[in-house]
Design a binder for this molecule. Structure first.
Ligand SMILES: [Zn+2]
Length: 102
């Protein structure tokens, strides 16, 4: 069982590690860039809900297709971003075309 205890982040590039960390601490460019610009909190362009990592990963109908294709675990945000699920997280980010916003 030693294998399952290996750090799954070890196989990722530096940039990928940064993206995963940003999503996990819920601090992404998409959601937090307004702080730099002193603007109001951003809202989702599709459904006008307040933008959050949870909204993008679990709730927004705009990304349902990406969720299904990447086989993302959508029971909770914690499970969606679980350690060991990095491939699904990246597949989701790629299919949803969010890489430049993370
Ligand atoms: Zn939305």
């Amino acid at each position: 069982m030693l294998l399952s205890m290996a750090d799954p982040l070890i196989k990722l590039t530096r940039h990928e590690k940064i993206m995963i960390t940003r999503v996990r601490i819920e601090h992404t460019k998409l959601i937090h860039s307004h702080l730099m610009r002193k603007e109001l909190k951003p809202r989702c362009e599709t459904c006008l809900n307040e933008l959050s990592v949870k909204h993008i990963f679990l709730e927004c109908p705009n990304y349902q297709n990406a969720r299904t294709k990447s086989n993302l675990n959508t029971r909770s945000l914690k499970e969606a971003l679980n350690y060991g699920d990095e491939k699904r997280i990246f597949d989701f980010i790629k299919i949803a075309d969010l890489a430049s916003n993370i």
